[in-house]
Design a protein around this ligand. Structure first.
Ligand code: HEM
Length: 157
């Protein structure tokens, strides 16, 4: 019996839970509470929290792409264009998510770290706002992608 398709989809699902669940916690649970802190406290909090989360996001992205494209390229779903339209939608939304995350990581996140190190609170808070907008977009895309992926797998569309 060949378990590689099932195993890949298990890892694919776990990676999506870690990434999207992490964004949900950061954006919906932690952020509203953090707004009650002073700007300096907020800066320190996110400076300590985000590197831990980002390490898991990189790992999740590698896992999602490896397992997603692995399944397609190894022919379990009939090549790159294989699978139903849910797989095409997932590729588009998934690759947009990856692009936005890479932009966040190498753009505002690096700027935020520099501003935090220099003690430039206003600039750091500005970068935080830019990251918040990207995360809000990626969270919505991630929830849609999981919904489409899970429903599409069941319906086989
Ligand atoms: C960008 C490249 C991606 C590719 C090539 C890809 C590919 C696939 C494939 C081939 C399946 C199996 C579909 C089926 O059995 O009919 C799948 C399922 C799934 N994908 Fe993706 N995916 C990608 C990105 C993502 C992302 C970014 C997420 C979520 C954040 C995600 C979440 C899911 C979920 C939840 C399932 C359903 C798993 C199940 O119920 O068995 N995928 N994906």
């Amino acid at each position: 019996m060949d378990y590689s398709y099932g195993l890949s989809m298990g890892l694919h699902t776990l990676a999506s839970v870690v990434w999207v669940g992490g964004m949900f916690f950061a954006h919906v649970i932690l952020r509203p509470v953090a707004t009650e802190l002073t700007p300096v406290e907020r800066m320190v909090l996110w400076r300590k929290v985000l590197p831990r989360f980002f390490a898991w996001v990189w790992l999740s992205i590698v896992m999602l792409l490896l397992t997603g494209y692995g399944v397609l390229l190894l022919g379990y779903r009939g090549g790159l264009g294989g699978g139903g339209s849910h797989v095409d939608i997932m590729q588009v939304t998934g690759l947009i998510m990856v692009g936005l995350y890479v932009q966040l990581f190498f753009g505002p996140w690096q700027g935020f770290k520099r501003a935090a190190a220099a003690g430039e609170i206003e600039r750091a808070v500005d970068y935080l706002a830019r990251m918040r907008h990207i995360v809000a977009t990626n969270l919505i895309l991630g929830l849609v992608t999981i919904f489409v992926g899970a429903v599409g797998s069941l319906l086989g569309t």
